[in-house]
Design a protein around this ligand. Structure first.
Ligand code: F6P
Length: 354
């Protein structure tokens, strides 16, 4: 079995609260196992350019509570080219890096699998506020981001109530409605629109008009950014026209990606960081660390990427060729469970917000 003397750690894609806690988990777990760690700056960009520095125990002190990522992050188009991938491998040779823990979303995992294929073992940790990695129940940063959203909505509701207005709020999540749906439930929003479900605008106008007649003053409508950047502001205008109620639009955008990670994300990040190191040095690679029903586990990166495509109805010809019938069946069951969870929550949201 390969002996690991030195591993790298990087954060890539959109940053997320808890990435620092994950870096700390990786560094401390590796050092406790006698393995050195090098921090790779700016994701795959730093790996390609050789922007790398050693990380000792004290280099990751006092970061568990900090938002952002001390290693910085980047989206790196060069990593999509063969030349970029070869440069990344060359950097690892030069620095004596035997394997890498990559923290990010699906783009990060695609990079990790490309490097593994070229002989450099990689393990992925899901770090994104979107919670759009279907193989794990929770991604690092998701819980904190949702708590930030409801804190902002609570503030918005105060002024919304004072002025008897409607507020349309757009939240991040890429093409996943997880943040929007959960924060709608948690903030008692009047309605939520996410890419996973059709949205009936006429029913919303009617609901607002009827509720206003019964004395309701504030209306909060949450929209997932996955519906397109024009949708939420245009909906706000349509609500005003169709109900006669003054309607304001707010886009929370990147603000919910910042801030200190909460307890849940710190624990998730720390346990995932340590698990990633244990997997890597025990010879497992091309895997993504997952949390399933509260247990930290792992699954093959290709499985995770194809599961995502299956869940989003984006499977391409040949995508499932590499999997056994049992694996495909398991993927279908996982997608069905995730959909049913979202279905139930969506129905509940409609049922309770009268
Ligand atoms: O993936 C995290 C995320 O914040 C998404 O919710 C959003 O669509 C995207 O990143 C924004 O990316 P950028 O930071 O490049 O604007």
């Amino acid at each position: 079995m390969k002996e690991f003397k030195r591993i790298g750690v990087l954060t890539s894609g959109g940053d997320a609260p808890g990435m620092n806690a994950a870096i700390r988990g990786v560094v401390r777990a590796a050092i406790s196992s006698g393995v050195e760690v090098f921090g790779i700056m700016r994701g795959y960009s730093g790996l390609i350019s050789g922007d790398i520095k050693p990380l000792a125990i004290r280099d990751v002190s006092n970061i568990i509570n900090k938002g952002g990522t001390m290693l910085y992050s980047d989206r790196c188009p060069e990593m999509l080219t063969e030349e970029g991938k070869q440069k990344a491998i060359e950097t690892c040779r030069k620095f004596g890096i035997d394997g890498i823990v990559t923290i990010g979303g699906d783009g990060t995992f695609r990079g990790a699998t490309e490097l593994t294929l070229r002989g450099l073992p990689c393990v992925g940790i899901p770090g994104t506020i979107d919670n759009d990695v279907s193989s794990t129940d929770n991604t690092i940063g998701y819980d904190t981001a949702m708590n930030t959203v409801i804190e902002l909505i609570d503030k918005l509701r105060d002024t919304c109530e004072s002025h008897a207005r409607c507020n349309v709020v757009e939240v991040m999540g890429r093409d996943a409605g997880d943040i929007a749906l959960h924060t709608a439930i948690a903030s008692g929003a009047t309605a939520v629109a996410i890419p996973e479900f059709d949205f009936n605008e006429d029913a919303l106008f009617e609901k607002i008009i009827n509720s206003r007649k019964l004395g309701k003053r504030n209306f909060i409508i949450i929209i997932s950014e996955g519906l397109g950047s024009d949708y939420a502001p245009a909906l706000a205008a349509r609500i005003q026209t169709n109900t006669g109620i003054e309607t304001k639009f707010a886009r929370f955008a990147h603000i919910v990606r910042g801030g200190n990670p909460n307890l849940r994300d710190r624990v998730l990040a720390t346990t995932m960081g340590a698990h990633a190191v244990d997997c890597l040095i025990s010879g497992k690679s091309n895997i993504v660390i997952c949390e399933k029903a509260g247990i930290i586990t792992e699954c093959d990166i290709n499985y995770a990427l194809k599961l995502d495509r299956m869940y989003k109805n984006k499977l391409q010809m040949g995508d499932l060729d590499e999997f056994t019938p049992e694996e495909i069946e398991r993927m279908r069951a996982e997608c069905a469970a995730r959909r049913s969870y979202m279905d139930n929550l969506y129905e509940l949201q409609i049922r309770l917000n009268l």
